[in-house]
Every structure is written in C-alpha cells, then in structure tokens.
Design a protein around this ligand. Structure first.
Ligand code: ACO
Length: 328
C-alpha cells in the first residue's frame, strides 16, 4: 500500500448472551449434533435478544475498540459498518452508531459485501487514511443474522449467528500496518446466496412473507466449492502483493463459515492448525462480524504479538471475496 502507513490501533468485540446449541436445533428441525459438527464444525451460536439490533451489538464492540485504542469517539473522522443486517434500510447503521457514540466529526456509511464486508470496509477506510484524507477510522463488522435466518430450513439455520467486531484504524510507524488488500466479486453467482425479498425487486407483501422470501436462500454445495477456490487464490494473491511467502504467515484469520473450508485453506497454504484462529465452534458464521470477532479474541488471548504477520481472508454472498496482509 502506498502513502501513510495505516494499521489497527485497537480491537473490540461483543456477542449476545443467548446461546443456540446444536441440541436446541435438534428440537427445531430434522438434524443432529453429529451431522452439524462433522459437516461444519459448529457447536453453538449466539442469538440477539428481541430488543437487540445490529447497531446495539456494533455499539458495544466499538466502545471496547475505542477504549483499547485510547481514542475518544469525537476524534473519529470516519465510521464504516459492514453488514447485511442493518437495523433498517436507512438511516445506515453507521449513522445510528455515530449518534450513539457521540462521534460528531465522523462521516458514516454502511458497506454491503456480505461475509467479505469487513475486509472490503478495511480496504476502504485504510485507503482514505493512507491518502491523507482522514486520520482515525472505526471499522465495524456487525450482524444479526438470526433475523434473516429461516429456522425451518435445516440447510441454513444451523450455520448462522449474531455478533460484532470493531477495529480502530489510524497511522502506525513505518514497517507496520496493512501491506496488501485483494478484493474481488463475481456477480454472476449472486443467486447462490441471497435474501430475495424486501428490496425494490420484490417489495414486502403478505405473499413474500408467506413464501419466506425474507430469509437467506443458499445453494450450500456450490458456495462451498466457490469458497474453497477463492480462499486459497485470494490468500496467495494478498501474500504476493505484500512481497511475502506462505511460510511468513504468523497467524491466519479466516472467515468462519465451515471448518472444512478453513482446513482446505490451511492445506493450500501449507500452514499448521495452530497458526489459524477458529471460533466458529462457538459462534457459527457471523458474516461480516466473523473476521473482526476472531481477530479481537486472538488479540485479547495474547496470540498476536508486535511484528506478527497476519493474513485475513474471507468470501461471501455477491459473490465476493477479500484478503489482506497486515504487520501487527
Ligand atoms: N442436518 C442433517 N442433514 C442435513 C442438514 C442438516 N442440518 N442439512 C442438509 N442435510 C442433508 C442434505 O439434505 C443432504 O441430504 P441428501 O443427500 O439426502 O440430499 C445431505 O445432508 C448432504 O447435503 P450437502 O448439502 O451435500 O452437505 P454438505 O456436505 O455440502 O454440507 C453445508 C452442507 C454445511 C451447507 C456446506 O455445503 C457448506 O458449508 N457450504 C458453504 C456455506 C457457506 O459458507 N455459506 C455462507 C457463505 S458466507 C455469507 O455471505 C453469508
């Protein structure tokens, strides 16, 4: 990356209290713990309380990230929230968050790139800081996927959960910070993973509700094949752009969709399991929140040390993918 060195100055995360376990799901659809664990690696997910929305989760994660960075909210120049489950169509969740944080000086907008959203938002904010336009940015991945999950569809309801992760970006000493970004999209695969109802193509009606068109629809097998391909490709490309080899990676922070997808990425990169952050067993797939949630936990657990080379890589609806190399 050209321009000012930009890095992460603080991280924070938040997950709702309520747990939805595989045993709970056994009582809701025709599934079982053994199938879910062997096919996905997921054991439980968090579910937002009825009065909790995406901005509530985002707020708690953001307060923690600002605290960790030692930055006051009114020092923020920019807030970008990556989400596919905003509180409402508009105002954006970023604007709701800006108000509740008291970040009076910050520009604020949402970014929609499904599970790749956090990497897309990082690239966005880091680019604006590197160019000299802004100094301090808050980047959040936050989702209430339980609100768009069909709990009568066993193909999807076992996968998704709720949560939020946030990072504060700013200038860092030379030699540290982001080294590369790779962003990609293939809109021809948009039908493989979508929520069809509620937008301008299929506005909400009693029929769209009855036909369950406001929930996630997914072709799991095709998304799986796509994910295995792009995770490896994007990771290799990001390393090459950063001038690093696979052996230089200290920690891989992948999107947390399925343990088998993560394992294929590890094999392709020749990395051992201990160099990879996995928390999908406890949270499932939290879309744009998965990577920042995993990053925040790794930092809090002391797994990330100064100078470590981190590789983040994700994929999602769109179809989209993204990867980034960062020196901590
Ligand atoms: N419990 C028990 N059986 C099930 C369940 C379940 N929960 N779900 C599906 N099955 C059955 C299927 O009906 C099928 O039965 P059949 O052979 O009689 O038809 C059988 O299990 C195998 O189904 P597959 O779909 O082939 O199973 P697969 O091994 O592909 O695993 C899964 C399914 C877990 C969904 C996998 O394909 C996957 O992880 N795909 C990627 C999904 C993903 O990552 N999506 C999120 C992208 S990120 C975003 O942007 C939101």
């Amino acid at each position: 990356m050209k321009g000012i060195s930009v890095g992460i100055r603080g991280v924070g995360s938040y997950v709702p209290e309520r747990r939805l376990t595989n045993q709970d799901l056994e009582r809701m659809v025709d599934t079982n713990d053994e199938w879910i664990v062997t096919r996905t690696g997921i054991r439980e997910r968090r579910i937002a309380a009825p009065d909790e929305a995406t901005s509530d989760l985002a707020l708690k994660a953001s307060v923690r990230a600002l605290e960790a960075a030692g930055l006051a909210a009114d020092e923020l120049d920019l807030i970008v929230v990556a989400t596919i489950t905003p509180d409402m169509f508009f105002p954006s969740t970023a604007c709701l968050l800006q108000d509740r944080l008291g970040a009076r000086k910050a520009a604020a907008y949402d970014l929609s790139a499904a599970c790749s959203g956090f990497i897309y938002a990082l690239a966005n904010a880091a680019g604006l800081i590197a160019s000299g336009m802004y100094r301090n940015a808050l980047v959040v991945g936050a989702e209430c996927l339980s609100r768009i999950t069909d709990y009568s569809d066993r193909n999807t309801c076992i996968l998704f959960g709720d949560g939020a992760g946030a990072v504060v970006l700013g200038p860092v000493p030379e030699g540290r910070g982001f080294r590369s970004f790779v962003l990609g999209a293939d809109g021809s695969g948009g039908d493989l993973l979508k929520v069809a109802g509620g937008g301008s193509r299929l506005p909400p009606t009693a029929d769209t509700v009855a036909q369950r068109r406001h929930f996630i629809e997914m072709n799991g097998r095709e998304v799986f094949k796509f994910a295995v391909r792009v995770m490896g490709n994007a990771a290799e490309e990001a390393l090459e752009k950063a001038g690093l080899g696979k052996a230089d990676v200290d920690l891989l922070i992948p999107h947390q969709a399925n343990i088998r997808i993560i394992q294929s990425a590890l094999e392709r990169l020749g990395l051992p399991q201990e160099k990879c952050v996995v928390n999908l067993d406890r949270y499932g797939n939290v879309s744009a929140a998965s990577i920042p949630l995993a990053l925040a936990e790794a930092v809090e657990d002391g797994r990330v040390r100064e100078g470590d080379r981190l590789l983040m890589v994700g994929f999602g609806g769109g179809l989209t993918w993204g990867a980034s190399v960062l020196v901590w």
